[in-house]
Design a protein around this ligand. Structure first.
Ligand code: SF4
Ligand code: SF4
Length: 298
């Protein structure tokens, strides 16, 4: 149908103008992450709370936590310094949707004061269905969901997520993993229906979800996720103080490539998300985060 075609055209336009997805765009557009989201609502075995959420971040750097007001000040200031600034993301250091008040206060103010900036967020997806309307309201352009398994028994998920926080209590093991998966799939479907771009990240954990990732890729394609990105678990060596998965080793470059091939990834759609820490600033591949400390923009 023509609706279908125009939706696809819209998706292609969004991708082509986005610094994180389009090879052509990342020379010309810049992005900023504002670290307004400190809390998280699940526990990933690979998370090291000293650093930013592994959803989107580079290890070894702790971001400055910002209030929504300061985040907006920072965006306006950086926008004056870096003319190519076109995307503002909330990617941690915890989960954007585990901090809904801070995340949406920031988006509301940005929608008002910097209407030309595209807004994005990254999330583990647990609270996605609850906030799709809010995202539509502030014209959020795209969402990144980290999803590491689509196993409906929750057995694989239980090895990755010891618990999720649900209805004011911790739900452990497979039961928690099942809730997370249901919410992720439901949320992704809702976003796609509303025309919000959805990208997914999966963390490749050798011996845990390596065989599962092709199933994840298949499911995501069915749901209309436009890009799926596989990244390695960050290793002990890189982290210095890594505690993850009881000493689970990181995947090798070779293993990551094999997994990407097994999942039939479109490598032309480059994803640079994994290079962004929660307070990244600048063109992709460039990080000027250190330049814009609070004393500079306040
Ligand atoms: Fe850590 Fe991110 Fe997992 Fe939350 S979703 S536990 S911040 S890696
Ligand atoms: Fe948004 Fe990810 Fe790009 Fe950051 S790297 S601006 S979170 S899409």
């Amino acid at each position: 149908s023509s609706t279908q075609e125009s939706l696809e055209q819209e998706v292609m336009d969004k991708i082509n103008n986005h610094p994180c997805y389009s090879e052509g765009a990342h020379q010309h557009y810049a992005r900023i992450h504002v670290a307004v989201a400190p809390a998280c609502n699940i526990q990933c075995n690979y998370c090291n709370r000293k650093f930013d959420c592994s959803n989107e971040s580079r290890p070894g750097v702790t971001s400055n936590k910002l209030s929504p007001e300061d985040a907006v000040k920072k965006v306006l200031y950086v926008g004056g310094e870096i003319q190519q600034l076109s995307v503002v993301g909330i990617a941690g250091p915890g989960d954007a949707l585990a901090n809904p008040k801070k995340t949406f206060d920031t988006f509301r103010m940005l929608h008002e004061k910097a209407p030309d900036q595209k807004l994005c967020l990254s999330t583990n997806g647990l609270r996605l269905p609850d906030y799709v309307d809010e995202m539509v309201k502030y014209n959020v352009d795209h969402v990144t969901v980290t999803i590491n398994s689509v196993d409906t028994t929750g057995e694989i998920g239980a090895k990755i997520y010891p618990w999720v926080h649900w209805n004011h209590k911790k739900v452990f093991g497979a039961q928690g993993a099942k809730i997370l998966l249901e919410q992720q799939l439901k949320g992704i479907q809702m976003l796609v229906e509303r025309g919000i771009l959805v990208k997914a990240n999966s963390v490749l954990i050798p011996g845990v979800n390596d065989k599962e990732l092709p199933n994840v890729a298949k499911k995501l394609k069915e749901l209309g996720v436009f890009l799926h990105n596989i990244m390695p678990l960050l290793s002990k060596e890189e982290f210095g103080t890594y505690y993850g998965l009881n000493g689970q080793r990181s995947a090798t470059d070779q293993e990551v490539m094999e997994a990407q091939e097994a999942c039939g990834m479109d490598m032309k759609l480059m994803s640079h998300c994994r290079q962004c820490r929660a307070d990244a600033v600048g063109l992709i591949g460039e990080d000027r985060g250190e330049e814009f400390t609070p004393d500079v923009f306040q």
